[in-house]
Design a protein around this ligand. Structure first.
Ligand code: ADP
Ligand code: MG
Length: 283
């Protein structure tokens, strides 16, 4: 049975578009899922697409903070399911980019009784509003919250750092994704340190990709600006002069929408950005 609040919203939805529903997962916590969700989402919105970000990380909810929208989260998906509000009231529009919205699933763990079916209906109703991308920020771990978050997705992005513990968990998650019918999976390697790779103290992005056997979406360098941007509630990709990780996130976003097929050189990224500009200008 459709939930009444959700059905009502679907009836008034905009033109149907082909929505891509992508879940951002990892296995190991703290590897950069939320950072990736905020930056990829913001980048894709800036490229002109309508994007809804879904914070499925209950309890450790922090996507709103990264986007600087924490004071505007009045309602969550739990309120919709309990009949307290409509979907459009829980979808918060970004102040800077109106084609970017945020939906939090729940503000506190006690009020979390979202089922897999509810989650699927909820995401279907968000898709029906005409978003090109619905990006779900997955909770840490691989329990019920993880299963709920991946079940509405057609695609997944597995985030890992170049550390063996994170890679092993990423491998496990890749297996679970496949077992749950998510076959379109890509890899994002975060917190890469080129100087450590040069010293043979860290696996390269390519090494990680080969270990996991998942197609690569991108490599994001370790960058102290990530922390600054988190504290400011302003995703890196909004900076006028992009930092290394900002460029890398932008490139990953372009690759996600199928607009770029090369990788930046993490040792000389600005050469990469020039190349990118040429690419855009000269086609
Ligand atoms: P997750 O959502 O997977 O738990 P977060 O996105 O919250 O991970 O990131 C965990 C921590 O790592 C945060 O403090 C964040 O600022 C930091 N972080 C993430 N990516 C980078 C990076 N590329 N460089 C430096 N710090 C990073
Ligand atoms: Mg997170």
């Amino acid at each position: 049975m459709q939930h009444p609040q959700i059905t009502a919203q679907m009836d008034t939805g905009s033109q149907p578009v082909n929505t891509r529903t992508i879940v951002i997962t990892s296995g190991k916590g703290g590897v950069g899922k939320t950072t990736a969700t905020a930056n990829l989402g913001m980048s894709i919105a800036r490229l002109g697409y309508r994007v809804a970000l879904v914070d499925a990380d209950i309890g450790l909810r922090n996507l709103d903070l990264l986007l600087g929208l924490e004071n505007r989260v009045l309602y969550t998906a739990m309120d919709i399911l309990e009949g307290q509000c409509r979907l459009d009231q829980a979808l918060i529009r970004d102040k800077r980019w109106k084609n970017l919205s945020l939906l939090a699933i729940s503000k506190n763990r006690q009020r979390y009784n979202v089922t897999r079916k509810n989650m699927e209906r909820l995401i279907a109703s968000v898709c029906a509003l005409g978003y090109h991308f619905v990006i779900i920020d997955c909770p840490a771990g691989i329990d019920v919250g993880f299963i709920n978050a991946i079940s509405p997705a057609q695609e997944a992005l597995v985030v890992t750092t170049p550390e063996i513990t994170a890679i092993r968990d990423a491998d496990r998650v890749a297996g679970l994704l496949e077992a749950n019918g998510v076959y379109d999976v890509k890899l994002l390697v975060n917190r890469v340190r080129p100087e450590m790779i040069q010293r043979n103290d860290m696996m390269s992005v390519r090494d990680v990709q080969e270990m996991l056997g998942i197609p690569l979406l991108g490599g994001i360098p370790e960058d102290s600006h990530v922390i600054v941007s988190t504290n400011r509630g302003e995703p890196l990709v909004l900076k006028r002069k992009l930092t290394l990780s900002g460029i890398a996130f932008e490139n990953a976003a372009r690759r996600l929408i199928g607009k770029q097929d090369y990788f930046i050189d993490l040792k000389s990224p600005y050469k990469g950005i020039f190349h990118k500009m040429q690419h855009i200008i000269f086609g």
